[in-house]
Write a protein that binds this ligand. Structure first.
Ligand code: ARG
Ligand code: ZN
Ligand code: CA
Length: 320
């Protein structure tokens, strides 16, 4: 069975029971386009995105060490700042479109109530593995409840069935399941992570979806050469690339440069995906600005009620 990204499966599953998702996505898409047209940089994001990692384990080996969790945060900080060593593998022809998201991540140091925390929760479970159905995201279904998804990036680490390495919820979905899920053996760098998915790139890829990036080839269930990721500087390509392609690797009519297979939003091995583009960065910044404005903010102070006008404007402008 070919590996497929759980995020798309999850999207079509959620569209069926959460009609707001399509509407919220359309609103965000409009703002993303308007923002690009105005040449706006978009909000760069908070100074630091607080992360909570929920480890769910049946076997003790899946109870990943704090070090392995820390290694994943390190990978995010490299990949989302363009400081990863292997960025030098970008073929020269693509170098000028390498984008730097300029984002920082850190394990949360306070929980939603404001108490000091490690940013890691651990729960021993009896479920052998989960499907792409969000059951890992609630205590009542055998998982762990999220921390306020508006303020924290929630990452659940668990076993997943069906060859799925991970899945994300796109912006605009139900708040109670917002975040990303990563297979225990594809989380972090080293430790129990298994080659060729042992460099933490599954999380980089899923956080890309969480910030509204599509796969390079688009999201159609049956690939075509015209489906698009709504990003101009990623060439259209037929479908996913796997393993370790060598440059150039063309599809559709994108010769001579070929597919941007070394991008985080393709399906290649961890050691072969090394970059985001400028267009993808603009899209992520728009998602942060318009759809995830409270990430990294302190809890709302109930006394701090904004002026009615400002408040009305902001609410209208924000897809859930
Ligand atoms: N969600 C995708 C999958 O399950 C992730 C692909 C990530 N690729 C990687 N090399 N880590 O296949
Ligand atoms: Zn994906
Ligand atoms: Ca494109």
């Amino acid at each position: 069975m070919p590996r497929s990204c759980g995020s798309v499966q999850n999207y079509f599953r959620q569209v069926d029971f959460y009609p707001d998702l399509r509407r919220n996505q359309a609103v965000l898409e409009g703002m993303t386009i308007a923002s690009a047209r105005q040449g706006r940089q978009g909000r760069q994001g908070p100074a630091e995105i607080p992360v909570v990692v929920h480890v769910l384990y049946r076997a003790e080996t899946d109870n990943l060490s704090d070090e392995q969790v820390a290694s994943q945060i390190e990978v995010l900080n490299e990949d989302f700042a363009g400081t990863n060593d292997d960025i030098k593998n970008v073929p020269p022809i693509f170098v000028d479109r390498v984008g730097n998201p300029g984002l920082r991540f850190a394990l949360a140091t306070t929980d939603p109530s404001g108490a000091p925390a490690t940013g890691i929760t651990r729960r021993k479970i009896t479920t052998p593995s989960f499907g792409v159905d969000d059951r890992m995201k609630a205590e009542s279904t055998g998982g762990t409840d999220p921390w306020d998804t508006a303020r924290y990036l929630n990452i659940w680490v668990c076993r997943l069935s069906g060859g799925v390495l991970g899945y994300a919820q796109f912006p605009g979905g139900p708040p109670e399941t917002d975040g990303v899920v990563i297979l225990s053996s594809a989380f972090g760098r080293g430790g129990t992570a298994a080659a060729p998915f042992d460099l933490g790139r599954t999380t980089t890829h899923e956080v890309g979806h969480y910030l509204n990036l599509s796969h390079i080839w688009g999201e159609a269930r049956v690939p075509t050469c015209t489906d698009t990721d709504s990003v101009d500087d990623t060439p259209n390509q037929w479908g996913p690339n796997f393993g370790k392609p060598t440059f150039p690797s063309a599809s559709c009519d994108n010769t001579p440069d070929g597919d941007l297979f070394m991008n985080y939003m393709d399906y290649v091995d961890d050691d072969t995906m090394v970059m985001f583009t400028d267009g993808q960065v603009a899209r992520m910044h728009a998602a942060l600005e318009f759809s995830r404005p409270d990430l990294g903010l302190a809890p709302a102070d109930p006394d701090d009620v904004p002026a009615p006008r400002a408040r009305r404007k902001r609410t209208a402008a924000r897809p859930q």
